[in-house]
Write a protein that binds this ligand. Structure first.
Ligand code: SF4
Ligand code: SF4
Length: 145
């Protein structure tokens, strides 16, 4: 009989301490948001897939030198350029990124002499196939405009 009451007391204590934790959580400030209805601001240090940058006149800064392509350890970049008639320099036509192989190491950003690539703040990429993550960054930039 004594064991029965001591079990009852122990159970009551355990219930009370569990309820105390629950109550404390109920009155604590909320740290989550109702995604996707609410979104939090992404930290500037977040590393999303790389993206091309624009100059003050909203032109793509990339000069198609190919340094990023050469320096990428995973071989995820393919810079495609052409020399248009009447122009002295090549201009960028496509910037293909195979994000399935990218380790977000940042070597491409560091090697760029024109400050033309940076990490994006894209955090909710989704797709059904591998090909969904092979993207043309020039087209992506145009679609954003
Ligand atoms: S972040 Fe690294 S792995 Fe990704 S494209 Fe740039 S150099 Fe390649
Ligand atoms: S290193 Fe910079 S300028 Fe050169 S191709 Fe890559 S993004 Fe363009």
């Amino acid at each position: 009989m004594g064991g029965y009451f001591s079990d009852l007391i122990e159970g009551g204590k355990s219930l009370a301490s569990g309820l105390a934790v629950t109550f404390k959580a109920m009155i604590s400030p909320v740290v989550t948001v109702q995604y996707p209805r609410e979104k939090i601001e992404i930290t500037p240090n977040f590393r999303g897939h790389i993206e091309l940058t624009l100059d003050a006149e909203q032109r793509i800064k990339c000069i198609a030198c190919g340094m990023c392509e050469k320096s990428c350890p995973s071989g995820c970049i393919n810079v495609i350029s052409e020399k248009k008639e009447g122009e002295k320099k090549k201009s960028l036509t496509s910037f293909m990124l195979n994000f399935t192989k990218c380790s977000l190491c940042g070597i491409c950003c560091e090697s760029c002499p024109a400050d033309a690539i940076r990490y994006s703040n894209e955090y909710n990429l989704a797709g059904f196939t591998r090909e969904d993550f092979i993207m043309d960054l020039v087209k992506r930039l145009e679609d954003k405009k």
